[in-house]
Write a protein that binds this ligand. Structure first.
Ligand code: 5RP
Length: 229
């Protein structure tokens, strides 16, 4: 399904590719199928490419594509990324891969944002509830942030696998996963979390950062939500 949605997305954006100059590429297993198509069709050679993680940077550089991290590019014509949960209102949770800070930055500078995934990630409700909210936290603020987040739910410091201690993000921070009840207002929740000193970014991508969501169903059909629905 990930492959199907990646290839479908390539066909979906193909008409746009001739008129754009820059593209941002997200992180995760789904987006890699989209990236593979861009590379095999030789599309990236003519574009400025920005990446949302070291993982995607490495993936591209091993295939001969040069890209820039966020912070060194002001604007993107298009941003395409995966996601972890989407509500029927098209609020999104991202950050399973710990790349949420760079991902949000690219979404913020893009004219058009497309998120792709399989049907298990579409929750069918007008609120978010399936996934914890990943939050990137500056290390010196960890205890303060954990204590402050307890008012909103159960915060859990994300630990490494095959590394002792917490995982470290591409910007040198920690990730805290916040287990909370239904999030009806993603924008307000995002604002409340970001008000806590030491919070760098959250994995909540409210509707205003989402233009299009492309989802595969188990029957092979691909559904498009957002501007065309
Ligand atoms: C990484 C992300 C990913 O885009 C999201 O977790 C989807 O990953 P996958 O396509 O592997 O399911 O937000 O921080």
């Amino acid at each position: 399904m990930k492959k199907r949605v990646g290839f479908y997305t390539y066909n979906y954006v193909e008409p746009l590719l001739e008129s754009i100059e820059s593209i941002g590429l997200g992180t995760g297993s789904t987006i890699k199928f989209f990236i593979d198509k861009l590379i095999s069709d030789g599309v990236l050679a003519g574009l400025k490419v920005a990446v949302s993680s070291i993982d995607t940077l490495l993936y591209l550089s091993r295939r001969g594509v040069t890209a820039t991290p966020p912070g060194y590019i002001e604007h993107l014509d298009l941003y395409v990324d995966g996601f972890d949960e989407v509500s029927s209102r098209l609020d999104i949770v991202k950050g399973r891969g710990g790349a949420l800070h760079w991902e949000k930055q690219l979404a913020l500078i893009a004219d058009r944002r497309i998120y792709i995934g399989d049907y298990t990630k579409y929750n069918g409700k007008p609120y978010l509830y399936l996934k914890p909210i990943p939050i990137e936290v500056s290390p010196p603020s960890l205890s303060y942030v954990l204590k402050s987040l307890s008012a909103l739910g159960k915060p859990v410091l994300r630990m490494g696998r095959r590394k002792d201690g917490p995982i470290i993000t591409d910007t040198g921070n920690y990730i805290v996963d916040l287990y909370t009840s239904k999030v009806h207002d993603a924008e307000e929740m995002n604002r409340m979390i970001k008000e806590i000193n030491g919070v760098v970014e959250t994995g909540l991508f409210p509707r205003k950062l989402v233009d299009t969501v492309i989802i595969t169903t188990p029957h092979g059909v691909v559904r498009v939500y957002g501007e065309t629905s």
